[in-house]
Design a protein around this ligand. Structure first.
Ligand SMILES: O=C(O)C(=O)C[C@H](O)[C@@H](O)CO
Length: 257
């Protein structure tokens, strides 16, 4: 019995359009609610949301068997952290601030068991192997690993062509907020210089053998990014959805009664 198939990795390779959403409450109950919406992928965000290994593991558990595929984002691409979340059962990682092909190659190796990589062998006690009930897990896990690297700085954009050549990278996600900040347009990813770079980057990624990904919170921008070649397209953040809906609801009753 092999490691579980990664449907998200397969759908990316088949050119499927995949719509995602950020899961930012750091809570399995909220992520389970979000999964009822039917998004193709959900980002369990360990970079900007209050997540730790326990909360990430709990969210992986509630998403097991559901349509929404869990994409775990780590704060940074550290080998030890990658080892922990893969053992917890993550198969798809989104790693921020990737700025070189060497960095991307190191991430590929960190996600794979030897001889292809350096992932520590601890599957015997890991949720990933269903606690040793998948006898062939370590022999078959590498093929199901899906690596999404975030290119979101001026240096990262400059290295994009080399990053696109790295075997084992499945997708490249352009981080509009951080890219705008690094370009001197903090808080404004719609600034013309930033928009031009994003458009060019998405089209170059889409023209490669990798999938292009990005996040947009308004429909028009998301459609524009899709038109530029974005294939895994995040179209919302759960925290923002709740905050905006709650405030609008109170404002309406305060105004209309
Ligand atoms: O740079 C970006 O934009 C991203 O990487 C996405 C953000 O981190 C996301 O949390 C929305 O702000």
């Amino acid at each position: 019995m092999p490691a579980p198939k990664n449907p998200f990795k397969a759908d990316l390779a088949n050119g499927e359009m995949l719509y995602g959403c950020w899961a930012g409450f750091g809570d399995p109950y909220a992520t389970e609610v979000l999964a009822t919406a039917g998004f193709d992928w959900l980002v369990i965000d360990g970079e900007h949301a209050p997540n730790d290994l326990r909360s990430i593991s709990a969210q992986l558990a509630v998403l097991s068997g559901k349509h929404s595929h869990p994409v775990v984002r780590l704060p940074m691409g550290e080998d030890w952290a990658i080892k922990q979340v893969l053992d917890a059962g993550a198969q798809t990682l989104l790693i921020p601030m990737v700025e070189s092909a060497d960095q991307a190659r190191a991430l590929v190796r960190a996600m794979r068991y030897p001889p292809e990589g350096i992932r520590g062998s601890g599957a015997a006690l890991a949720r990933a192997s269903h606690f040793s009930t998948i006898p062939d897990y370590i022999a078959t896990a590498n093929a199901q690993m899906c690596l999404l690297v975030q290119v979101e700085t001026v240096d990262g954009i400059a290295a994009l062509d080399e990053i696109l050549e790295v075997e084992g990278v499945d997708g490249v996600f352009i981080g509009p907020s951080d890219l705008a900040a690094d370009m001197g347009h903090l808080g404004d990813s719609s600034a013309p210089p930033v928009a031009r770079i994003i458009k060019d980057a998405l089209s170059r990624i889409a023209a490669s053998d990798k999938a292009a990904g990005i996040l947009a919170l308004d429909h028009a921008t998301a459609q524009k990014y899709a038109g530029c070649g974005a294939q895994f397209l995040a179209v919302g953040i759960d925290v923002v959805m709740l905050a905006q809906t709650a405030r609008a609801t109170m404002a309406k009753w305060r105004d209309d009664g």
